[in-house]
Design a protein around this ligand. Structure first.
Ligand code: HEC
Ligand code: HEC
Length: 205
């Protein structure tokens, strides 16, 4: 964990200890500390873009962190940081936050992961069944949009699924579905290639 993050976490904990009930706008302020202005993602602290994210996916992930489906694995440093944040939120506050985040503009993300886009397109055929042909997501299958997300974040999550840091908890039904799909991406090159293809897709409406 870098110094900036440690400082941020420390001031947040201090803030929470002096006020046990922060209002939703104050908690929103906390989200952008890591997730960046307008929730566009901040690679320096490893926090992904949350602007434009589906309301059900934000809800499911925050609850997943709270219930330890996510962020509980000993070697999932980033997940554990986010879990510490999610743990402070009440059910009502999660709903308030979702309404706010839904109003943020979503913009294209910079390309940071080099890969063979053509090979990635072929590999993506196995993903499209759940995440949609254009990576737009599928609410009925609880498969979130991938297009428009930071490419470095997609890479890390795929690594997390592959290594079992995510998607292995007994109660994490949807994470497990995704984890089992990782066999279609045999190695690091395949993971980078599919991420590079997803990065080439337009941001979903
Ligand atoms: C201390 C920094 C920090 C703060 C503050 C923070 N987050 Fe996060 N958040 C992260 C990191 C890091 C991740 C990535 C976790 C991972 O790699 O699994 C993350 C992941 C998430 C995810 C999962 C996204 C996905 O699709 O996988 C959601 C949703 C989220 N944060 C929402 C919020 C909200 C809402 C707030 C405000 C209450 C917030 N975060 C505050 C650091 C932070
Ligand atoms: C059987 C359906 C299914 C298939 C096929 C599938 N996924 Fe997923 N994927 C999911 C589900 C469900 C989730 C949400 C997991 C959760 O809630 O934690 C997910 C989550 C993800 C995430 C994390 C997104 C985030 O914001 O946290 C990434 C990245 C991802 N999938 C990429 C892929 C790629 C690349 C492929 C093809 C190799 C693929 N998926 C194939 C169902 C699927």
């Amino acid at each position: 964990m870098n110094g900036f993050l440690l400082n941020t976490l420390f001031s947040l904990l201090l803030l929470f200890s002096v006020s046990d009930a922060l209002s939703a706008p104050e908690k929103l302020g906390i989200c952008v500390t890591c997730h960046g202005v307008d929730g566009r993602g901040n690679e320096a602290v490893g926090a992904p873009k949350i602007a434009g994210m589906e309301d059900w996916h934000i809800r499911d992930q925050l609850i997943g962190f709270q219930k330890q489906y996510r962020g509980a694995h000993a070697s999932d440093g980033y997940g554990r940081e986010m879990k510490a944040m999610a743990d402070f939120l009440t059910e009502n506050e999660i709903e308030e936050l979702i309404k706010w985040i839904g109003k943020w503009p979503t913009d294209i993300t910079p390309t940071t992961v080099p890969g063979n886009t053509e090979n990635g397109q072929a590999l993506y055929a196995a993903c499209a069944i759940c995440h949609g042909t254009n990576g737009q997501g599928n609410a009925a299958l609880k498969s979130p949009a991938l297009a428009g997300q930071n490419d470095w974040y997609l890479l890390r999550q795929l690594d997390n699924f592959k290594s079992g840091r995510r998607g292995t908890h007994a109660n994490d039904v949807y994470g497990q579905q995704m984890q089992s799909m990782m066999k279609t991406l045999p190695d690091d090159d395949a993971i980078r290639d599919v991420v590079s293809f997803i990065q080439s897709l337009p941001i979903p409406d």
